[in-house]
Design a protein around this ligand. Structure first.
Ligand code: ADP
Ligand code: ADP
Length: 233
């Protein structure tokens, strides 16, 4: 379970340069839920997701994963805790000079895992995302949707509890988007992974999310089950 309690983020210093990107965010994402955060450009979505994986440190508040506050951990504990968070990106962030196999293996190589274990795990992951026949290819040989499936396989390499998706389908056409969303449903249903996604694409939220929060100017203005939030009273 992922909980944000009164998370604030202020960028910059001084009266003129200060930007209050998050103004007290409260969120609760249950295990096995697909939770969407939707909002216009500049609303604070990226800041929010970066505060969960601690690419940014919140100015105040709590970020709890299974009741552990990430902001109170030592660097060593934090490294361990961050294995539980996988992330995928709009532009996939694959290494172009490395094969698909190597891209997916990278988190495990960096941890110094034994080669045999890496081979087994990467083969399993690529089979899970349906790209086992592409392991010797390079990213440029794949379509956008296939690259995102590689991104998902890589994010799953450390067996995370939570998958963060940053505009994961925004670079894709509608058909490919649908295939990636199907895969995210499979990640939730078969692996029980909790998914937090930020997007400006309303149709994606409607299609795949259980719950949604609407963010405006750094504040959540509405949240709840998708059918409640997006249905006119
Ligand atoms: P979104 O992802 O919804 O487009 P962001 O989280 O990127 O929103 O931005 C929220 C606000 O914070 C915006 O006003 C943006 O200009 C500001 N902001 C984002 N990142 C930084 C930064 N590194 N330094 C200063 N201001 C930032
Ligand atoms: P390097 O970048 O050091 O030359 P490689 O890319 O050849 O290394 O491979 C690193 C490790 O990953 C090796 O143990 C290799 O056997 C394994 N590996 C690479 N590609 C595959 C693959 N398609 N199937 C199974 N194992 C692979």
């Amino acid at each position: 379970m992922l909980v944000l309690e009164d998370v604030h983020k202020v960028y910059g210093k001084g009266k003129d340069k200060k930007v209050e990107a998050l103004k007290g965010i409260n969120l609760k994402v249950e295990k096995g839920e697909i939770f969407g955060v939707v909002g216009f450009s500049g609303a604070g979505k990226s800041t929010l997701i970066r505060c969960v994986n601690l690419l940014e440190r919140p100015t105040s508040g709590k970020v709890l994963i299974n009741d552990v506050n990430l902001l109170e951990l030592s660097p060593k504990e934090l490294r361990k805790e961050r294995r539980k968070i996988g992330m995928i990106f709009q532009q996939y962030n694959l290494l172009h000079s490395k094969t698909i196999f190597k891209n997916v293996a990278m988190p495990l190589i960096l941890e110094g895992r034994p080669k045999a274990e890496i081979r087994k795990k990467v083969t399993e992951l690529l089979t899970f995302v349906g790209l086992e026949d592409r392991m010797d290819h390079y990213p440029e040989q794949l379509s956008g949707g296939q690259k995102q499936r590689v991104g998902i396989a890589r994010a799953l390499a450390t067996d995370p509890d939570i998958l963060l998706c940053d505009e994961a389908t925004s670079a894709l056409d509608p058909n490919t988007t649908e295939a990636v969303l199907d895969l995210l449903r499979k990640v939730r249903d078969e692996l029980g992974i909790t998914i937090l996604m930020i997007t400006h694409e309303m149709n994606v939220i409607r299609d795949v999310c259980d719950k949604v929060a609407v963010i405006e100017h750094g504040k959540i203005v509405e949240q709840g089950p998708v059918i409640d939030v997006f249905t006119e009273p």
